[in-house]
Design a protein around this ligand. Structure first.
Ligand SMILES: Cc1cc2nc3c(=O)[nH]c(=O)nc-3n(C[C@H](O)[C@H](O)[C@H](O)COP(=O)(O)OP(=O)(O)OC[C@H]3O[C@@H](n4cnc5c(N)ncnc54)[C@H](O)[C@@H]3O)c2cc1C
Ligand SMILES: *[C@@H]1O[C@H](CO)[C@@H](O)[C@H](O)[C@H]1NC(C)=O
Ligand SMILES: *[C@@H]1O[C@H](CO)[C@@H](O)[C@H](O)[C@H]1NC(C)=O
Ligand SMILES: *[C@@H]1O[C@H](CO)[C@@H](O)[C@H](O)[C@H]1NC(C)=O
Ligand SMILES: *[C@@H]1O[C@H](CO)[C@@H](O)[C@H](O)[C@H]1NC(C)=O
Ligand SMILES: *[C@@H]1O[C@H](CO)[C@@H](O)[C@H](O)[C@H]1NC(C)=O
Ligand SMILES: *[C@@H]1O[C@H](CO)[C@@H](O)[C@H](O)[C@H]1NC(C)=O
Ligand SMILES: *[C@@H]1O[C@H](CO)[C@@H](O)[C@H](O)[C@H]1NC(C)=O
Ligand SMILES: *[C@@H]1O[C@H](CO)[C@@H](O)[C@H](O)[C@H]1NC(C)=O
Ligand SMILES: *[C@@H]1O[C@H](CO)[C@@H](O)[C@H](O)[C@H]1NC(C)=O
Ligand SMILES: *[C@@H]1O[C@H](CO)[C@@H](O)[C@H](O)[C@H]1NC(C)=O
Length: 534
């Protein structure tokens, strides 16, 4: 206890900004720290895991995984405390103490949440639990599985299961971006270049270790199938704190092939994208071709045009790829010289735009990104007719900003086979592709005009995409879809966004929530409230 008091006074030394913080309940952080140090006193170094605004480590830890500075405004509420636990018992203590002191917890894995909900809040004081120290990856080669720490990045995951485990044919279906965190990606679904063969990332989770709202440490057996279902696509943040996932590794052939071909308006983009919509979702499950559409060039220079970039991963060799394309998509005109054979590991570097094919690049978590973005998402069930595509190009050509992009990821194949209710991620059969509408800008100023543009683009697209409800992908979180009202939220209110992310799985998610966290301790602007009839 004496040691704890020393630590406390150390932490609060010149901590006036902390104590005076008007946005936090000043009594709580103090009591939380006392409680936390008390409950973890067996390991007397736990004070080092606490970072408060007056400690020098605070800004570094806070900034270590910020991906979108749009949400880091002077108006945002910063964490009262950042905690970087190294042991499950610290997380259990944090939940118990947080609950006892009326302070909520936000958890951060890779920090890529599109609305910054893992780093700041819109008013509620909170503790930020950053899982950076839970980043180990342990492969079990005998059964082709791995336990992955909840704070690892997808790049670390790729590296350790393949290069680390010395197995060139071990892969995992996850994101293209390697700095995305395992927890957000896996617990929210996870779409990428291998989903047509193996489903979403979440479809490949076989076990998990979770701390629930009472601070109990659970695995799949002790948590039960309802909670285990919810954290595979429902977003873990409403249900508990995941410490690790056990995943099934998938087989990737020793040689894969990649290509990228770019076409502009004068090269018949409309016809090609029109055809792509029909072909890409029906291709062989080894073949993934996505399209990135954006406006390039300059109006004054008279060379403004639409560019469609077709990017592909084929789980096989060049010759086989060319013969498939020759049969199903000859219009694209892909030739042998466009195709590069490489290992799957190297293909992840290719997609990550690594400067050279060196797998250790994937271990770089790329701290701090200095720009802002806003994104929204759609699912498309019927091919957009040529006139529709042309109207979309026109809208993009008139956009004030060049960094507007539509990322179209084809679904189909394995994505169609998995039942809509298998896990909370519901966007299965009947969907042709997902679109991410993305707009980036370099600072966190002038956000409003960009947000307004994005809203108008989204409204304009309504006739071409899924309806009733207009579906959205949880991991492309969009706060415009709705938010919990401070202090009072309801199942009905949350249906506004919940049904769009989860379709008919939303009700079951709320029912699981009522069972595992009836007090709604784990909550944020877009968390799932416990089910109730109103
Ligand atoms: C550059 C970029 C590229 C992307 N590419 C893809 C892609 O290819 N495919 C795709 O599907 N998605 C992609 N995404 C979206 C990505 O899947 C989501 O943003 C995802 O939620 C990020 O996970 P994270 O762990 O990095 O984020 P975080 O911000 O750390 O977490 C996201 C949410 O999960 C909660 N959370 C985090 N860890 C835990 C935990 N251990 N327990 C409970 N709750 C937790 C957080 O509180 C937050 O609500 C991309 C995002 C970015 C910014
Ligand atoms: C911490 O422990 C001491 C002594 O065991 C106790 O008096 C005190 O109330 C505890 N504080 C909290 C916040 O739990
Ligand atoms: C802290 O722990 C170390 C070993 O983990 C021990 O040697 C030391 O005496 C402890 N200090 C206090 C003040 O409890
Ligand atoms: C880091 O965070 C602080 C706020 O805690 C902020 O003022 C600073 O600009 C951030 N950026 C860098 C690169 O340190
Ligand atoms: C911050 O809050 C003030 C007052 O509520 C508001 O006028 C202002 O627009 C907000 N700024 C940002 C960047 O959100
Ligand atoms: C966590 O702490 C417990 C008890 O002190 C210990 O047995 C366990 O090995 C620790 N786990 C990790 C991952 O350090
Ligand atoms: C601060 O937290 C304490 C303990 O939970 C509570 O009693 C008090 O009402 C809170 N104060 C404010 C201003 O929220
Ligand atoms: C490599 O991993 C894949 C996927 O788990 C598996 O199919 C294959 O048998 C493994 N190879 C070796 C040599 O362990
Ligand atoms: C448009 O023209 C400018 C100036 O000639 C040139 O720098 C730019 O690269 C061109 N852009 C495209 C997309 O052709
Ligand atoms: C990736 O490509 C580089 C350059 O061709 C090669 O040296 C390296 O062995 C490849 N790495 C893997 C893991 O396949
Ligand atoms: C952030 O952006 C500013 C202005 O564009 C630049 O001067 C600064 O070096 C950048 N900081 C980081 C950490 O990237």
């Amino acid at each position: 206890m004496v040691a704890n008091l020393t630590i406390l006074s150390f932490l609060f030394l010149s901590a006036s900004t902390f104590i005076d913080a008007t946005t936090t309940n000043a009594t709580n952080p103090h009591a939380f720290i006392q409680c936390f140090l008390n409950s973890t006193s067996s390991s007397n170094s736990t004070s080092k895991l606490l970072h408060i605004p007056s400690t020098t480590s605070y800004a570094d830890v806070f900034n270590s995984s910020i991906r979108n500075i749009r949400s880091i405004t002077p108006n945002a509420t910063m964490p009262a405390i950042i905690l970087t636990p190294t042991n499950a018992s610290h997380v259990q203590a944090a939940v118990k103490c947080g609950k006892a002191q009326g302070l909520r917890i936000r958890v951060r894995s890779g920090g890529h949440d599109y609305e910054g909900l893992s780093s700041v809040s819109s008013g509620d004081p909170f503790i930020l639990l950053d899982l950076i120290n839970f980043a180990s990856v342990a492969v079990d080669a005998t059964d082709g599985t791995a336990w992955v720490g909840a704070g690892a990045t997808i790049g670390e995951l790729y590296y350790h299961i393949n290069v680390g485990a010395k197995n060139q044919t071990a892969g995992f279906p996850a994101s293209i971006c390697h700095t995305v965190g395992v927890s957000g990606l896996l617990s929210g679904g996870g779409i990428g270049t291998m989903m047509r063969k193996y489903g979403t990332s979440a479809d490949n989770i076989v076990d998990a270790v979770v701390v629930d709202a009472s601070g109990t440490l659970l695995d799949r057996k002790s948590m039960g199938e309802d909670l285990f279902w919810a954290i595979r696509g429902g977003g873990a943040s409403s249900f508990g704190i995941v410490l690790s996932f056990k995943i099934n590794l998938v087989y990737v052939p020793p040689t894969v092939t990649v290509f990228q071909v770019q076409k502009t308006l004068s090269e018949d983009v409309t016809k090609l994208v029109g055809r792509w919509q029909k072909v890409a979702p029906r291709l062989d499950d080894n073949l993934f071709i996505r399209v990135l559409v954006n406006a390039i060039g300059n109006k004054e220079k008279g060379n403004r045009t639409i560019q469609a970039s077709f990017q592909s991963l084929f789980l096989g060799g060049r010759q086989e790829l060319l013969s498939i394309l020759d049969k199903s998509f000859p219009e694209l005109g892909v030739e042998a010289k466009d195709c590069t054979e490489m290992s799957w590991m190297n293909s992840t570097l290719y997609f990550a735009k690594a400067p050279k094919l060196d797998p250790t690049f994937l271990l770089n978590r790329n701290p701090y990104s200095n720009s802002s973005f806003k994104a929204k998402s759609d699912f498309v069930k019927k091919p957009i007719p040529a006139e529709g595509l042309e109207k979309i190009w026109k809208f993009l050509l008139e956009a004030v900003d060049d960094s507007v992009q539509m990322v179209m990821d084809p679904l189909g194949a394995r994505m169609d086979e998995i039942e809509e209710t298998a896990i909370p991620f519901p966007h299965r059969k009947g969907n042709l592709y997902n679109i991410q509408h993305y707009l980036g800008w370099p600072t966190n100023e002038d956000s409003q005009k960009h947000l307004d543009w994005m809203k108008s683009f989204y409204n304009f697209l309504a006739p071409y995409v899924s309806k009733s409800p207009r579906a959205a992908y949880l991991n492309y979180r969009d706060i415009d879809l709705g938010r919990n009202e401070k202090g009072k939220t309801s199942y009905r209110k949350a249906t506004e966004w919940g049904q769009r992310y989860f379709l008919n799985n939303f009700k079951r998610l709320a029912q699981v929530k009522a069972k595992v966290d009836p007090d709604n301790y784990f909550q944020h602007e877009q968390s799932i409230p416990p089910y109730s009839i109103n």
